[in-house]
Design a protein around this ligand. Structure first.
Ligand code: IPE
Ligand code: IPE
Ligand code: MG
Length: 246
């Protein structure tokens, strides 16, 4: 029986973010090149996107490529960029058929022109979709995002558009790449690593963290359900006492 039946529909996380890790190790176990792991990772993406949309999760954010990942061997970076283009082409209709809107966060200026073009095309075609927002973090680093935010706010302060005294959490939120997204409720990381690797540091302030040893290419809908069931067992107190929550 599917674990899906154990999920409480009224307690779904509104925003799930995933650090999709372990593609390289998955390939290594099979004595294959890392690229093979990334190709199979793309299949897991489809499972999770579908799984979230079917459940009614409104926001899914996937960490696909970090600012630090630019330091990988040139060939691997090229493979990842090529895969990105082919996945976007392949999945476009799935996004349209399922009423899913594609967004991105990260420093898109650093992406190869071809990737940028493909991305903007899919974002344009899906912009009116409203069942779920799928955000792909590409050339994304939380520190880079915060630096960018500080710069943007500083310029506005300098030009008297914002007064320094008025800067608060909501103004910071409005200047992050994630400006239209709610805070993360559930953060999942695969492959057994227990670190954040520069992902959404501000936005996960009160997220529930879920780590699994499953390598990303093996991550299935059932793994997603298991993470959500675990999330639903947690008591989110936001600084209050247990008694105040109940
Ligand atoms: C995640 O898998 C994909 C990216 C970071 C782009 P990895 O490529 O990091 O796989 P491991 O961690 O080496 O197994
Ligand atoms: C984090 O994975 C980035 C993505 C999943 C895109 P990494 O595999 O790059 O993380 P570290 O460097 O091992 O922490
Ligand atoms: Mg990794």
């Amino acid at each position: 029986m599917s674990l899906k039946n154990n999920i409480q529909e009224n307690l779904l996380p509104n925003h799930i973010a995933i650090i999709m890790d372990g593609n390289g190790r998955w390939a290594k176990i099979r004595s294959m090149a890392r690229a093979f792991g990334h190709e199979n990772g793309a299949k897991a993406v489809r499972q999770v996107v579908e799984g979230c949309a079917e459940l009614g999760v409104e926001n899914l954010t996937l960490y696909a490529f970090s600012t630090e990942n630019w330091n990988r061997p040139k060939l691997e970076v090229e493979t990842l960029m090529r895969l990105l283009i082919s996945s976007l082409r392949k999945e476009m209709n799935t996004l349209l058929d399922n009423n899913i809107k594609l967004c991105t966060i990260g420093n898109l200026n650093t992406l190869p022109k071809k990737v940028y073009k493909e991305l903007t095309e899919v974002m344009e075609k899906t912009k009116l979709n409203n069942r779920m927002t799928l955000t792909v973090a590409l050339s994304y680093g939380s520190r880079e995002e915060l630096v960018n935010t500080v710069k943007e706010i500083s310029v506005k302060v300098k030009n008297n558009i914002i007064s320094a005294e008025k800067i608060d959490e909501s103004i910071i939120n409005e200047h992050l790449y994630t400006q239209n997204l709610p805070d993360v409720d559930l953060l999942i990381r695969t492959s057994g690593e227990q670190r954040l690797s520069n992902f959404l540091l501000w936005q996960i302030a009160y997220a529930e963290l879920y780590f699994t040893n499953t390598l990303w290419p093996d991550f299935s809908k059932e793994d997603l359900y298991q993470a959500i069931i675990e999330y639903q067992k947690r008591e989110r107190r936001f600084g209050k006492t247990s008694e105040q929550i109940r």
